[in-house]
Design a protein around this ligand. Structure first.
Ligand code: ADP
Ligand code: RBF
Ligand code: MG
Length: 170
């Protein structure tokens, strides 16, 4: 590919936050997976499970808009996965309501709309941005995923993957 067409690597750290989660983290939330705008996150390889609106609204007092990382689990399963989360108005799409969308770092065989989504938010990655192209947004999300994996690998973060909040309720 011609060098003029290559994407610029985002110049930002590959690991973020202090050695242990600091206020307001860890922040624990749960809700039944809601339908989003169906904008093809799935087709882009980045499906996002949307938290119900009231849960997103209630988080607004504790969290600024932006991109976060943490742990997640779904429904009756006790499996725990890393996640990246977008909380905000999605400037690229100019939404009118603040949404909370969780991309779980695992490949699932089927959708899980309506199932309970449990998350532990452990840290902040970056503010939301507007983009000149969808490709630029996807590049940044892929970099967020790398940051999340690195950041969760530290002992104090890794320990939270075993927190009882992530276990199925009954
Ligand atoms: P919507 O606009 O309805 O949120 P998406 O294209 O974002 O549509 O797809 C989200 C749905 O995809 C989730 O609600 C969930 O059922 C399913 N899904 C499958 N794999 C994942 C994953 N790894 N992370 C999040 N959601 C996933
Ligand atoms: N949308 C934006 O408009 N700006 C962003 O900076 C942004 N960052 C995101 C980061 C992550 C990790 C995820 C999962 C989503 C992000 N989104 C962002 C939301 C994205 O626009 C939304 O998931 C789309 O619906 C994907 O098609
Ligand atoms: Mg979604």
């Amino acid at each position: 590919m011609a060098s003029t067409q290559q994407q610029q690597q985002p110049q930002r750290p590959e690991i973020v936050g202090p050695e242990s989660p600091a206020d307001p983290f860890p922040l624990m939330l749960k809700g039944d997976v809601a339908r989003g705008f169906g904008r093809g996150g799935k087709e882009l390889g980045i499906p996002t499970a949307n938290m119900p609106e009231p849960v997103a609204e209630s988080a607004g007092s504790a969290l600024d808009s932006g991109i976060y990382y943490g742990w997640s689990s779904i429904g009756d399963s006790s499996a725990v996965w890393p996640m990246v989360m977008s909380f905000g108005w999605n400037p690229y799409y100019k939404n009118e309501k603040r949404s909370m969308e969780v991309h779980i770092l695992n490949k699932f065989e089927a959708d899980f709309y309506g199932e309970e989504l449990r998350i532990i938010i452990t840290g902040f990655i970056r503010p939301e941005k507007d983009y000149s192209s969808l490709d630029a947004l996807i590049d940044d999300i892929n970099f967020d995923i790398k940051v999340a994996r690195n950041s969760l690998g530290r002992p104090a973060y890794n320990a939270l993957s075993e927190h009882s909040f992530l276990a199925p309720s009954n």
